[in-house]
Design a protein around this ligand. Structure first.
Ligand code: AGP
Length: 616
């Protein structure tokens, strides 16, 4: 949560513009407020903040007749934790001499705040972040260098955070982090340096990226290469370097109205690239290495833990099911926020798989750390290369979903499940991994998905009949149960309407009480246990609930009408196809997209959410 961005450069570029562009790209991390602090030619720190999206901040700056120009600036886009959404709580926090931006949480806030208040410090916000400003200033004001002041302040705080600090009388930026993401950017053609929470903000600005490890302080000036130090002041080599791999083409939404819409429709192409990558391209190496790693006999593997949050947890449920069905190895699928505190039973012969789009989700990272301490082999199914999860894993399978801008996860989910499917097949078949059969299965999904997306108009028409209803209960059995959970999450987060995902057989154990003429049951009928799910649907019909049935085509011949609205898909009864749930999930993504559009919500940036959840 929260995005931080910083710029220090020469006169060829206006730092204020860099910050505004960076904040726009980081807005997915939070959009409660945005702010910028820049140093002017008189060495004063000037701050402009506004509540709401970055556009509000831009408009404020445009109103300013003398558009500010600066060669050193920092900015922040906020997802509120401490303190309401208000201008006073927006970052940067500034005291005239120093300015800071912060992403994360200071856990010992109250203790430090009382200590500072007892020393006469006045606070002007309700944030935890302001504590860091005053602590740093206390050391800086007593003669410490800015770097040492940041180190001393950082040593006092608890919790996971990234900070960026500037001073009015210095041409330098100091950055430090614990767990929260932080990247430093350089380019080969100009003397300038950038800081960001995500390399995405640095596309087009920086071609070289440096990733400091935890508790390494970075000193950034124009005179020297970035310098790194340990908390004891010694020079540090704990950082990694990488070339920027993202491109301008990753930035736009093309002819689509929303990023979410674009991301739904680009799934077939991504799947095509994904299969090429793993079977014929550079990913072949990962497949070979994984085959080697898993070539131990299945009985030697204890359990496979699959840990994730939100949508990625739904992917984990599906992948766990795939592993158990094919390899009969027991799996333990857990929400990272629960797993990390439940003292899980872990054995050294277990494998732990972490699934994440961002690779920065705080709970998932903590769960990974726990497993590493218990000596488990850890594998990440992750979209963002070089994210913290990626860097900390023993082995990575990248999902190659590209940049997902829409806060609601769509393509990332599909590619997480596909990548888990690849894992499950290699685990089962090992040396005998049947690439042709695998490719055939994935292509079958690809073609069905293309045909399904061609029928988006039908889904939109159903959404237009249902969008104003009171609530939605998604039901499914087996692999369609996680799809029901995911369908409900999607519609909740982007359409702001109450929705639940249930195993179809569970309905009568409570939620059926919710059924009336205003409640919609989205009944997903797979090819297995069709009759059972059908009976559950009838129970809803008997109570006057509205039914939107999604079912194998074959049944249109037996029962021309299943629900009030039907959508038949090409699947033979009794012949479940491994990847069909992903096809149905695409239909659910479309449905929630259209419902949200008809309800007029902010689809790409739904209220109260942030794409990357870096606090627990
Ligand atoms: C889903 O649409 C969400 N935005 C959210 O549940 C997300 O999947 C979750 O926060 C996990 O994020 P990650 O994949 O980046 O770890």
């Amino acid at each position: 949560m929260c995005g931080i961005v910083g710029y220090l450069g020469n006169a060829n570029r206006n730092g204020v513009d860099v910050i505004l562009e960076g904040l726009t790209r980081l807005e997915y991390r939070g959009y409660d407020s945005a702010g910028i602090c820049f140093r002017n030619e008189k060495s004063e720190l000037l701050t402009i903040k506004s509540v709401g999206k970055v556009q509000n901040l831009k408009s404020l700056l445009e109103l300013n007749k003398n558009r500010p120009i600066s060669n050193m600036a920092i900015g922040h886009t906020r997802w509120a934790t401490h303190g309401e959404v208000a201008e006073k709580n927006a970052h940067p926090h500034v005291n005239g001499k120093l300015a800071i931006v912060h992403n994360g949480i200071i856990e010992n806030l109250y203790e430090l705040k009382s200590y500072l208040q007892a020393e006469g410090v006045q606070f002007s916000s309700d944030t935890d972040s302001e504590v860091f400003l005053h602590l740093t200033y206390k050391f800086f004001n007593s003669g410490a260098s800015l770097k040492d002041a940041v180190i001393e302040a950082f040593k006092l705080i608890k919790g996971n955070s990234a900070f960026l600090v500037i001073a009015h009388d210095l041409q330098e930026m100091i950055a430090i982090k614990r767990v929260a993401p932080l990247v430093i950017g350089r380019n080969s053609y100009q003397s300038e340096v950038f800081v960001s929470s995500d390399p995405f903000a640095l596309i087009g600005y920086a071609d070289q990226l440096l990733f400091p490890e935890d508790e390494v302080v970075a000193v950034l000036t124009l005179e020297e290469e970035p310098q790194f130090f340990e908390l004891n002041g010694a020079a540090s080599k704990r950082f990694s370097t990488q070339n920027q791999q993202m491109h301008y083409s990753d930035l736009g939404k093309g002819s689509y109205e929303h990023f979410m819409q674009k991301e739904i429709f680009e799934q077939p192409l991504l799947i095509k690239n994904w299969i090429h990558h793993y079977l014929e391209g550079q990913g072949k190496k990962s497949v070979e290495e994984l085959t080697k790693l898993l070539s131990i006999r299945p009985e030697k593997i204890g359990r496979i833990h699959l840990v994730a949050c939100g949508t990625a947890w739904h992917a984990a449920l599906l992948i766990g099911d795939m592993i158990e069905r094919t390899s009969r190895i027991p799996t333990n699928v857990q929400l990272a926020s629960e797993f990390r505190y439940k003292n899980p039973i872990l054995h050294a012969n277990d494998i732990a798989i972490f699934i994440s789009q961002s690779g920065e989700t705080a709970d998932t990272l903590a769960a990974q750390e726990l497993c590493k301490r218990a000596d488990l082999f850890t594998l990440a199914i992750v979209n963002v290369a070089n994210s913290t999860l990626y860097r900390n894993s023993h082995f990575n399978l990248l999902t190659h979903a590209g940049i997902e801008v829409g806060v609601a996860s769509t393509k990332a989910f599909t590619l997480q499940v596909l990548t888990g499917y690849l894992f499950s097949k290699i685990l089962k078949e090992r040396e005998g991994f049947d690439r042709n059969q695998f490719k055939h299965n994935v292509y079958e999904l690809l073609q069905n998905m293309e045909r399904g997306l061609d029928r988006a108009g039908e889904i939109a028409a159903i959404a237009s009949e249902l969008y104003s209803k009171k609530g939605f209960i998604f039901t499914g059995r087996g692999p369609y149960f996680p799809i029901a959970l995911e369908g409900a999450l999607k519609i909740k987060e982007i359409a702001y309407v109450h929705a639940e995902g249930y195993a179809a057989g569970e309905l009568k154990h409570g939620p059926i009480a919710l059924i009336d003429e205003e409640m919609v049951n989205i009944a997903i009928l797979g090819s297995e246990l069709f009759e059972k799910t059908l009976s559950n649907m009838e129970e809803v019909r008997a109570r006057k609930g509205i039914i939107f049935a999604i079912a194998p085509k074959e049944f249109s011949e037996v029962r021309p009408r299943l629900g009030n609205h039907d959508f038949y898909f090409p699947l033979e009864y009794g012949k479940e196809v491994d990847l069909n749930p992903l096809y149905v999930s695409t239909l659910m993504q479309l449905f929630s997209y259209y419902v949200a559009k008809m309800r007029g919500t902010d689809i790409d940036k739904p209220r109260n959410l942030a794409k990357s959840v870096t606090v627990e």
